[in-house]
Design a protein around this ligand. Sequence first.
Ligand code: PLP
Length: 239
Amino acid sequence: MTALEERWRRVLAGKEEAERLAGRPRGSVCLVAVSKFHPASDIAALRGLGQLDFGENYMQEARAKQQELAALGIRWHAIGALQSNKAKDAAGRFHLLHTLGSESLARALARRLPDGAAQDVLIEVNIGEEPQKAGVVPADLPAFLERLLQEDLISEKETGLRLRGLMCLPPRCGEGEQARPWFARLRGIRDEMAQRFGMKLPELSMGMSGDYRQAIEEGATIIRVGTEIFGPRPIKPQQ
Ligand SMILES: *Cc1c(COP(=O)(O)O)cnc(C)c1O
């Protein structure tokens, strides 16, 4: 077994243990393998073992890997900051875009989406209200959602931008128990928004290498794990 396979299996086992501890069905949490800066060959190797979901932060790198690995049936997740002027590279090209945080991005994505196509999105919430982090702060979330709905930018319909839930990168992220209260808070906000707007918002994308177990216990449906699977990240993308 390669070191990569070993690490991946260890994360899968950790995920299953957390699912069990949380009383959640085995395999119900989606593991996104965060492959930024790691070579396409590592992605292909894991795909061969059955890993389906991969996450990338940078559009140029993501598009290159998507093209190179197009035959493998990978579900790609866009998890990095996305400028509105890159919306054309993202709209309709990802299984899920985790980082919708502004009306201008929503407008740009909607405009770039081919007729009849759909793009599933999550709203990124700046749960700790940290100035250096992206996302909508909790206090602004109701008004943000209201505007998106009013302008018909998001919906739960078959086509267009489909809002599936929320994502966060909390303070102390990756630090195990330190992150747990923030995960619980995101779940609470999701429940509130779902009720207030009569939407389902089933997905919660939270938890990474150092805290995915806690995230699962607090209700994550999607975890984004890089280092624990691929090892430390190279400084630059590897092709
Ligand atoms: C890089 C990244 C991850 C993965 O982080 P690890 O600590 O390597 O698991 C998860 N989420 C986002 C948004 C990231 O940018």
